[in-house]
Design a protein around this ligand. Sequence first.
Ligand code: 4NP
Length: 148
Amino acid sequence: MVCLGNICRSPIAEGVLQSKVNSDLVFVDSAGTAAYHVGNAPDKRSIYIASKYNVNLKNQKARKFTVSDFESFDTIYAMDESNYQNIIKLAKNNSHISKVKLILNEVNPLSNQSVPDPYYGGTQGFEKVYMMLQEACSIIAEKLQNDR
Ligand code: 4NP
């Protein structure tokens, strides 16, 4: 799960997807394409919204996306078009490129919609982001189940 800062959107996506899958079988992680917040906990507003739905983000710490993530993960979900482009720039081959998807295309295929960046807005934006990611992660979890 990748966004820009790894403190608002992708921590929610990580927490929500991990809560929907068997952690013995599926490893979920998140990262940011920028290093501004490396080492920081998720934004308080993300922690608060997730906790309302019993998803704990408190143990997460921001890190920067690295080229080795292309090898470590089967699928890389970008939150928005700009994150997508930033990840693709780091790809070394077609196999890397093919792993990168816009997360909301799981909900509306080929629509190329973005999860809006809630950082500069209020709590409402985080609620909206949470709902979008909850829907996308339900679909992803179901697919992972069917893959087995
Ligand atoms: P995120 O949100 O990419 O969802 O974690 C942001 C967090 C921080 C900044 C921008 C977006 N920032 O500019 O510091």
